[in-house]
Design a protein around this ligand. Structure first.
Ligand SMILES: Cc1ncc(COP(=O)(O)O)c(C=O)c1O
Length: 384
């Protein structure tokens, strides 16, 4: 079935966080991680069916939605989970905050390989834990890797938890099985809980397949909290549905306790309907999306190499986020600089990497082309 990812939808005036930031200004937003595409037709149909029911009361997780999640993990990742391991949350960030509160005590160390999506740092601070920031290593060809020597050296004995992003926002890595095995072995050896944010799973390029780290062995599964959601792949973040998979019963209980009064136990009935539609029928759309995004990635990479060689792009193995080293421009705040030239990017400083920018290419090709024109004009101005 053909899906039209080239179709440009005007999102202005819809309260879109991405587009409202620059309302009334000629700045093209390519920052926060949502896409400018409509949700898949199967999701829209599921939502219409639920709307037609007409009653929107407080909603427990419907059994059919739980079944859809279980089936999705089994079919896509050969991961057989017990339904009782699922803890629904109104978002992955909320889930990560619950994990940080549920593991250990105030003041305990939490290890965070960085640069990383900024709310990882926030989750540690919000739960009054101690951040142990361990830099990823940047290897030849701009590829980022886990630095196991640094991890071993910097992880203190009172560390209880490691926060991991798989695939990785912003450095674009789809971690290999060997890397996952080494990380799992490290966590087991140091008696660490592993919180694996896998919200970008399903957005791998060049034929790569996502492997949840919890599927490596029963031992690592028992120590892992996997955070998942349909929201990145199917572009539904505004509906507010995510889930944690927590095989350990005690930890699950502590997470449920930590949510009291802060995180509602019931989510929107529309969010459950959309999740079910996406997971049951969305696979053809997902495949078409990945092919389209891969085309955008290739287009972007070729453009940067040809037109703005001073910008260094990390290889994008997954996600619709390009991580770009802009230090050669000599701008103290590169995102501000690009914004002055009509392009809204994320600044690397918040991710722990000043001098970098993150560009979201989850948009129609025509929008990407307009963004690239603005990028080229900004770089040309910096050369003067
Ligand atoms: C790695 C990662 N985790 C979590 C989130 C946010 O998830 P949610 O909106 O479900 O809290 C994002 C959104 O960009 C993300 O990239």
């Amino acid at each position: 079935m053909p899906f039209d990812f080239d179709h440009v939808i005007d999102r202005r005036g819809t309260g879109s966080e991405k587009w409202e930031r620059y309302a009334g200004r000629d700045v093209l937003p390519m920052w926060v991680a949502d896409m400018d595409f409509a949700a898949p037709p199967c999701v829209l149909e599921a939502l219409h069916r639920r709307v037609d029911h007409g009653v929107f009361g407080y909603t427990l997780p419907p059994q059919s939605a739980i079944d859809a999640v279980v089936l999705h993990l089994l079919e896509r990742y050969h991961w057989r989970i017990d339904p009782s391991w699922i803890v629904f949350t109104p978002g992955v960030n909320r889930g990560m905050n619950l994990v940080c509160r549920a593991v250990g005590e105030r003041g305990d160390a939490v290890v965070v390989p960085s640069p990383v999506y900024p709310p990882f740092f926030g989750a540690v601070a919000n739960s009054q834990r101690r951040l142990i920031d361990v830099p990823l290593a940047r290897r030849a060809g701009e590829r980022w890797e886990l630095d196991f020597v640094a991890l071993a050296e910097r992880t203190p004995t009172d560390a209880r938890l490691l926060l991991f992003c798989h695939p990785h926002n912003p450095v674009g890595r789809a971690w290999t099985r060997a890397e996952l095995e080494q990380l799992a072995a490290f966590c087991l050896e140091r008696d660490l809980w592993l919180c694996s944010d896998e919200i970008h799973a399903g957005l791998e390029f060049d034929g790569r397949q996502h492997q949840p780290i919890a599927t490596l062995s029963p031992e690592i599964a028992a120590r892992t909290i996997t955070l998942q959601a349909p929201s990145k792949v199917f572009n539904l973040p505004g509906l507010g549905l995510a889930y944690a998979i927590v095989p350990d019963a005690d930890l699950r209980k502590r997470m449920l306790g930590a949510r009291t009064g802060l995180v509602p136990p019931d989510l929107s009935p529309l969010a459950y309907a959309a999740t079910e539609g996406a997971y049951r029928e969305g696979e053809p759309w997902r495949r078409a999306l990945v092919a389209y995004l891969q085309g955008n990635r290739d287009h972007l990479a070729a453009f940067l190499a040809r037109e703005t060689p001073e910008l260094k792009l990390a290889p994008v193995e997954a996600t619709y986020l390009a991580w770009i080293d802009a230090t050669a421009l000599g701008q103290p705040a590169p995102a501000k600089f690009f914004e002055q030239h009509g392009l809204g990017l994320n600044d690397g400083a918040g991710f722990g990497a000043p001098g970098f920018v993150r560009l979201n290419f989850g948009c129609p090709r025509a929008t990407l082309d307009e963004g690239l024109r603005r990028l080229r004009a900004a770089v040309a101005a910096s050369r003067r």
